[in-house]
Write a protein that binds this ligand. Structure first.
Ligand code: GEM
Ligand code: ZN
Length: 375
C-alpha cells in the first residue's frame, strides 16, 4: 500500500499507512503560513478491500467548521469526482471507502490543475472575441494571465472577474470555465448582448503558485492575496500588484471575485456595505444584481452568508472592498460551497465542477440585468 502527493496541487503527510483499515494522515501547512485545509493525494492499494483513512489534527485547521457534514471527494479517472463516506469527530476526518480499483485519488474539492488552466487560456484565445495578455510573473515564475473579451470602445462598461486568490478554492476556476464558455459562445444571445455593452477582463487564476503547491489560502511566500489589495507589492504579492495596476489603466464598472467557502453550504455574495463610499446607488445595484441572480437560478440564495460589515468598517485590504471603494463600482465576492448547496443537495457529487460551471453561465443573467445601470 502506498500514498503519494507529489503532483500538481498534491498535499498530504503520511503518518502511518501499513494497515488498510488504519491509515493515518495529516495536511501540510501552506508554505511560510499556518493555514492548512486543502488535501489531495493518491492511494495505491487493493481494490475491493475496505479502507479507513484518518486525516488528523483538524481542530487547528483554517476552518474547523468546514469539516462538519463535509464529505470528501474521490476519483479513479481524475475527471469524475464523487463524494465518499466521511465523518468528523471534532478532531479527525475519517474517510471510509472500499475502492473499485487499485488506485484512487482523494481531495478536498475537485482539483483544477495548472495544465487545465493553461488549456482554458489556450481555448479562450482561439476565439476572435478574446485576447490573452501577460501581466507579469509570480514569485515562482509563472505567468499572471489576463483574458480580454470584447472590443474596448468608448461608452462600453468595464467588467472585471477574478478567481482563485485562495488556491484551494478550486470551485472558483471551475466557475470561470463555465463563465468563459458561455461568454465566448457566439450563438448565445445574452453573451452577445453583453459584449455589445461591455468589455470583460477575466483572470481565471489569481494564484497559480499556491494552486500548484497544494496551498489552501496563500501564495508561494505564504501571503493571503485577499488581504493585499490596499497596498500590494512585487516582493510579496505580485499577483495582486499586476492586476490592480491593470485595473487602474482600464477602470472598473463591475467587479466579481470568485471564491469558495469551507463552512456555509450555500452559494452567496458579499458586497461593500462597510465601505466608506457605500451609497444608495451601489446598494440599488447590489439589490438588482442579487434579485436577478435569484431569478436566474435556485442555486443562488441571499439569506445565508457573511455577517454584514457595519458602515465604514469594511476591511480595505479585501479585493471586493478595495476595488468597490477605489472605482465607486458594484463589487461582489462570490462564495461557492466546498460541501453542497443544501437547498438542492446531490448526495453523489455534492457541489461539483458541473454545478460551478452552470453557475458561471447563470451569473451572466444578473450581469445583463445591471449592465446599463452601472454608471
Ligand atoms: C473572504 S472575503 C472577506 C470577508 N468579506 C466580507 N464581506 N465579510 C476572505 O477573504 O476572508 C473570502 C474567502 O476567503 O473566500
Ligand atoms: Zn477565498
Amino acid at each position: 500500500m502506498r500514498i503519494s502527493s507529489n503532483f500538481d496541487s498534491g498535499n498530504i503527510e503520511v503518518i502511518s499507512a501499513s494497515l488498510p483499515d488504519d491509515i493515518k494522515l495529516s495536511i501540510k501547512k501552506d508554505n511560510q503560513s499556518d493555514f492548512y485545509q486543502w488535501f489531495h493525494f493518491k492511494l495505491e492499494s487493493r481494490a475491493f478491500l475496505s479502507h479507513r483513512l484518518t486525516i488528523t489534527n483538524l481542530k487547528s485547521s483554517a476552518y474547523p467548521d468546514g469539516w462538519k457534514n463535509y464529505q470528501a471527494v474521490a476519483s479513479y479517472d481524475r475527471q469524475e469526482w464523487f463524494r465518499v463516506d466521511t465523518e468528523f469527530d471534532g478532531e479527525n476526518l475519517i474517510i471510509q471507502h472500499t475502492p473499485e480499483y487499485d488506485h484512487i485519488y482523494f481531495a478536498y474539492f475537485a482539483p483544477y490543475s495548472y495544465e487545465r488552466h493553461l488549456d482554458l487560456l489556450a481555448y479562450a484565445q482561439q476565439s476572435s472575441l478574446c485576447q490573452q495578455q501577460f501581466l507579469g510573473e509570480t514569485l515562482d515564475g509563472r505567468d499572471m494571465s489576463l483574458l480580454v473579451i470584447g472590443e474596448p470602445e468608448e461608452g462600453k462598461k468595464i467588467i472585471w472577474v477574478t478567481a482563485r486568490q485562495h488556491p484551494g478554492e478550486t470551485m472558483a476556476e471551475w466557475f470561470i470555465e463555465g463563465f468563459l464558455e458561455r461568454l465566448l459562445d457566439e450563438n448565445d444571445g445574452v453573451a452577445r448582448q453583453l459584449l455589445n455593452k461591455a468589455v470583460f477582463y477575466v483572470v481565471p487564476n489569481m494564484n497559480p503558485d499556491g494552486s500548484v503547491r497544494g496551498h489552501l489560502r496563500t501564495n508561494a511566500h505564504g501571503v493571503n492575496l485577499n488581504r493585499e489589495w490596499a497596498n500590494p507589492s512585487l516582493a510579496s504579492s505580485p499577483e495582486v500588484f499586476y492586476v490592480k495596476q491593470k485595473m487602474l489603466e482600464t477602470g472598473v464598472d463591475l467587479f466579481l471575485d470568485a471564491h469558495g467557502d469551507e463552512a456555509l453550504p450555500y452559494n452567496f455574495v458579499a458586497g461593500c456595505e462597510g465601505n466608506p463610499g457605500y451609497s444608495p446607488r451601489i446598494k440599488d445595484l447590489e439589490d438588482s444584481f442579487k434579485q436577478h441572480f435569484l431569478l436566474a437560478t435556485p442555486e443562488f440564495q441571499d439569506i445565508f452568508g457573511y455577517p454584514k460589515d457595519k458602515p465604514g468598517e469594511a476591511n480595505p485590504t479585501v479585493a471586493t472592498h478595495a476595488v468597490g471603494q477605489q472605482f465607486d463600482c458594484l463589487a461582489f465576492t462570490l462564495e461557492m460551497p466546498f460541501k453542497d448547496n443544501i437547498d438542492l443537495p446531490d448526495s453523489a457529487y455534492g457541489w461539483s465542477p458541473v454545478r460551478c460551471k452552470q453557475l458561471g453561465e447563470d451569473v451572466m443573467i444578473a450581469m445583463r440585468a445591471v449592465v446599463d445601470m452601472l454608471r
